[in-house]
Write a protein that binds this ligand. Structure first.
Ligand SMILES: Nc1ncnc2c1ncn2[C@@H]1O[C@H](COP(=O)(O)OP(=O)(O)O)[C@@H](O)[C@H]1O
Ligand SMILES: [Mg+2]
Length: 258
């Protein structure tokens, strides 16, 4: 299928307040077609809320989010969410098989029946899953498998922007690598841009062309995934690494904003 794609996602001076609390505070970030940006930060930094605000699950208090110059607030939410696909941290599966899960969105989007199977196969392949997955019961999948199916499911609708929220949180190293392989598979075709939220410095290095560090609703540094952390001043770096490690141990229950 040929279609246009977003050249630029532009977030400017974005703030979000909820119940009188500042959740996002003056976020500015530009992402270009073909690029993968990792957002790295400890628990409560605002990473998930940023992704959710991009797809209008929350309306910004201030600032703008533009897709090729068009404010997302001017777009119909369902059209926006087809163009910008958010894969949540614990993706929900519909009852039925993996194939049912992949088919559902395509049918809903009115894709011709003749094309559906082709799209499903292409998405399986893109997410490095083999055909054997199609007949599996979705509710019986392991966490890592579910995550990979969720990635394939998002891919079926050819989004122009992929947002992945902690795609490997709570997975063991082998399963984490399988999910990363699925993500790299997606990057291979790269007719889109991707934002991956993580609290894993090494993962940001492996997957990101660029990394953004978030803390308390703000972006505190931005740059090359390889060198970003080293470039922080020592105190900031120690604090930062501590928060990320803390997050691992607390299993994301902590909230560093409190
Ligand atoms: N629905 C909500 N209403 C109000 N505050 C929220 C809501 N969801 C999250 N928060 C708060 O927003 C802040 C950022 O949360 P979140 O984006 O989930 O952090 P992260 O994903 O970086 O761990 C936290 O202080 C959290 O308590
Ligand atoms: Mg989160």
């Amino acid at each position: 299928m040929t279609k246009g794609h977003v050249h630029k996602l532009e977030i400017s001076d974005l703030s979000l307040e909820l119940d009188g609390r500042t959740i996002l505070d003056g976020i500015s970030l530009d992402i270009h077609h073909g690029e993968t940006v990792c957002i790295l930060g400890g628990s409560g930094a605002g990473k998930s809320m940023l992704l959710r605000t991009i797809v209008r699950l929350h309306e910004p208090t201030k600032g703008r989010i533009l897709l090729d110059g068009e404010p997302v607030t001017a777009m119909d939410p369902s059209t926006l969410r087809r163009r910008v696909s958010l894969v949540q941290q614990s993706p929900a599966m519909l009852e039925g098989t993996v194939e049912d899960n992949l088919r559902f969105g395509l049918e809903l989007a009115g894709i011709e029946p003749g094309v559906i199977k082709e799209r499903i196969d292409a998405s399986l392949k893109a997410a490095a899953l083999d055909e054997g997955f199609l007949g599996r019961r979705a509710e019986k999948l392991s966490g890592g498998e579910r995550q990979r199916v969720a990635i394939a499911r998002a891919h079926t609708l050819c989004p122009e922007v992929f947002l992945l929220d902690e795609p490997t949180a709570a997975l063991d190293p082998r399963r984490m690598m399988e999910v990363e392989r699925a993500i790299k598979g997606l990057k291979g075709d790269a007719n889109f841009m991707m934002i991956i939220v993580t609290h894993d410095v090494e993962q940001a290095r492996r997957l990101g062309d660029r990394t953004v560090l978030m803390r308390r609703g703000r972006i505190i540094a931005e740059g090359d995934s390889g060198s970003l952390i080293e470039d922080l001043d020592p105190e900031e770096r120690a604090l930062y690494m501590g928060e990320l490690v803390y997050m691992e141990h607390e299993h994301k229950e902590g909230d560093l904003n409190e």
